[in-house]
Design a protein around this ligand. Structure first.
Ligand code: SAH
Ligand code: SF4
Length: 398
């Protein structure tokens, strides 16, 4: 069995879709929060007394029912629907490429705007929870040595709309509208895609408000996880603003090693990071922090490292997620052996911390943790390499 790739011919990254038809100049509503939606309707000329009601109706149609056609909004008069349809669109951004792994993982490459492409990954349930892994930035300013996204420079932060739209596009693909239907495959959202969510907290918090609105997409806040490499000054704020669960990309339990593989540790060393974790709002045994720990062969995987980790976590309600390192083209590390990972897990577990080993998902389509890198960036990088090679050839050096 092989993984399946679908490339939308109308939106092939190498083509300019605008050449294929007239440009839709209407204002897109999908992705807007209630406040913006109310403002847009006020500007449009909805009577002040009706703005609240119309906002509620349209919000529900967009986010609970997922409609993309104004005519579906049966509680709005036909006349008004037509007027609204002239000014506003209900369009989603396009999926340029959709890949399905042999294990059912789905990776979407979504074009938000020209040159702004993001990847989201749906990881189907093994037991009860199926998670969508969303991106918060295109690229990343940090350069963690084991991460593929870290090799891509930051293009820009995503807007709240662009983050919420990743959830909507996945819900379209999974055919899971309305939000209120019971048997949903996508139950959780994790900010573990491209980028550092705490460097884009304002938009991330706004997106979480949209995603968790109970008249819309309706995710519980405990089903949202923010993962951070350790942007210390934003950690408590993130908890206050989102009430989401927290995951820390730890990967090493001493400053020397952590700074080597995660340069952010030079700015925010472990002591400060652990203090911020202890101050995370709502922290308790039922709301533990997840510490992610990527298993790098010969780097951070010895029994000594396990001991260090246990000591570091002392007194923090914590769970440790051991992530087998996912290789990517040109990556400088190898994944620890399976027995080594199991021994490490047993040690951490014996100290009283749950320490599941995360089964790698979607490796065949480069959809696993740390493997994401947008297509436009890959194309740019490959064009650059070709240009450099051509330059060298011209100069007679190869
Ligand atoms: N920037 C945030 C969100 C990205 S989350 C953060 O760093 O937390 C992606 C998760 O996958 C992080 O825990 C990251 O450290 C981990 N990761 C990155 N590259 C990886 C790789 N090649 N193999 C396994 N995990 C990786
Ligand atoms: Fe950025 Fe997170 Fe990757 Fe580090 S692990 S480079 S913070 S995306």
């Amino acid at each position: 069995m092989t993984s399946a790739i679908y490339t939308n011919p109308a939106t092939d990254a190498s083509k300019d879709t605008q050449k294929n038809g007239p440009k839709d100049t209407r204002i897109p509503l999908a992705g807007m929060g209630r406040v913006e939606l109310a403002e847009a309707l006020t500007d449009f000329g909805i009577a002040p007394k009706q703005v609240r009601m119309r906002t509620k109706q349209i919000f529900q149609w967009i986010y609970n029912y997922g409609v993309t056609d104004w005519d579906a909004m049966t509680n709005i008069t036909k006349n008004l629907r037509h007027q609204l349809a002239e000014k506003f669109s209900l369009n989603r951004p396009e999926i340029i490429e959709r890949q399905v792994s042999v294990d059912g993982t789905r990776k979407y490459l979504i074009r938000m705007a020209p040159g702004i492409e993001v990847e989201s990954v749906f990881i189907p349930a093994v037991s009860k929870t199926g998670a969508l892994c969303v991106s918060s930035q295109v690229g990343c300013t940090l350069t963690c040595k084991f991460c593929h996204t870290g090799t891509q420079r930051l293009v820009r932060n995503l807007t709240a709309a662009e983050i919420a739209l990743q959830v909507m596009v996945a819900r379209d693909d999974l055919n899971e509208w309305p939000s209120s239907s019971v048997e949903r495959k996508m139950t959780n959202i994790v900010f573990m895609g491209m980028g550092e969510p705490l460097y884009n907290l304002k938009e991330v918090a706004k997106a979480i408000d949209i995603i968790c609105d109970c008249e819309g997409l309706s995710f519980g806040r405990r089903r949202i996880t923010l993962s951070t490499s350790g942007v210390v000054p934003e950690i408590v704020k993130a908890g206050e603003q989102t009430s989401a669960m927290l995951a820390i990309s730890l990967h090493a339990a001493n400053d020397e090693l952590r700074s080597k593989i995660m340069p952010i540790n030079n700015k925010y060393p472990l002591k400060d990071l652990m203090d911020a974790c202890r101050a995370y709002p709502g922290l308790s045994n039922s709301r533990r922090i997840t510490f992610e720990y990527v298993m790098l062969k010969g780097m951070n995987d010895s029994p000594y490292h396990a001991k260090e980790l246990i000591k570091l976590l002392e007194g923090i309600p914590a769970k440790v997620n051991l992530i087998p390192f996912n290789p990517w083209p040109g990556s400088p590390y190898e994944c620890s052996d399976w027995e080594t990972i199991e021994m490490f897990a047993d040690k951490v577990n014996a100290a009283g911390y749950a320490s599941p080993i995360r089964t790698p998902r979607g490796r065949d389509i480069l959809a696993a943790c740390g493997q994401l890198r947008s297509e436009s960036e890959k194309l740019r990088a490959s064009a650059k390499r070709k240009l450099a090679k051509a330059g060298l050839e011209k100069a007679g050096k190869v």
